[in-house]
Design a binder for this molecule. Structure first.
Ligand code: SF4
Ligand code: FES
Length: 246
């Protein structure tokens, strides 16, 4: 085992010109994640290096970066996976870079509320009836989509989002399906106008990289394909059936 490993890290300050890769030697420890290597640089070598992280346990979704070309949570990706190195650490692709490894995700934050990622009810129940019981099967219908941590790895992996920035994108659609498939929700018809559009599910060409990239086992590609069927069925019904029967 080597004593150290080389991290090649993107350094970028907008006022100082184009991004560059800078090399750092960090201790090689079996149990160290890539994020530990970055924190070593920050604490021991260069305190000006900027990157986001919070939980160090795959929950907050803030430590996503590109590691040796692939989008990854740096707290869940280990230096030993890349030994003997070097390990290239760059910002997530497909997002504007603010500084070093920090990207701006305003585009996602603007799109997300459009799919109403919350329980929508036609009528609010009386307080006394506020408990909504669900069977295990009803929970299973949406549970995997509820595991999303908004880490943006799926957007960084998506070749459609790379060239069509208006595309709603994998996580926003998966989160819409999280609520559409929830037995307590009544808002599917309100999400239809956002999802069944050229910038919604129809922009997806089913490359599937979003699902491959997801560190939480969410299947955005599957959510999108499933919703295409829903949208096509609704369109057909609107042509074939009288309004009352749709
Ligand atoms: S779907 Fe997966 S990859 Fe995409 S934001 Fe959610 S957790 Fe991250
Ligand atoms: S630091 Fe929270 S997911 Fe990695």
């Amino acid at each position: 085992m080597p004593d150290t490993i080389t991290l090649q890290v993107t350094r970028y300050r907008p006022e100082a010109g184009a991004p560059t890769l800078q090399e750092y030697q960090v201790p090689f420890r079996e149990e160290w994640a890539v994020l530990d290597g970055l924190n070593y640089i920050k604490d021991q070598i260069d305190g000006t290096l900027s990157f986001r992280w919070s939980c160090r346990m795959g929950i907050c979704g803030s430590c996503g970066m590109t590691v040796n070309g692939d989008p990854a949570l740096t707290c869940g990706t280990f230096l030993s996976d890349y030994a003997p190195g070097p390990v290239r650490v760059e910002p997530l692709a497909n997002f504007p870079v603010i500084r070093d490894l920090v990207v701006e995700i305003d585009d996602f934050m603007r799109k997300l509320p459009k799919v109403k990622p919350w329980l929508v009810r036609d009528e609010e129940p009386a307080v006394a009836d506020l408990e909504f019981l669900q069977t295990p099967a009803e929970l299973d219908a949406y549970k995997q989509f509820s595991m999303c941590i908004n880490c943006m790895l799926c957007y960084a992996a998506c070749p459609v989002y790379a060239i069509e920035p208006d595309f709603l994108g994998p996580a926003a659609i998966a989160l819409a399906q999280r609520y559409n498939l929830d037995s307590r929700d009544q808002g599917a018809h309100q999400r239809l106008d956002v999802l069944a559009t050229a910038d919604g599910v129809w922009a997806c060409t089913y490359v599937g990289e979003c699902t491959n990239a997801c560190p939480k086992g969410v299947d955005p590609a599957g959510a999108i394909q499933r919703y295409k069927l829903t949208a096509a069925t609704r369109t057909l019904r609107s042509f074939l059936l009288p309004r009352a029967a749709r």
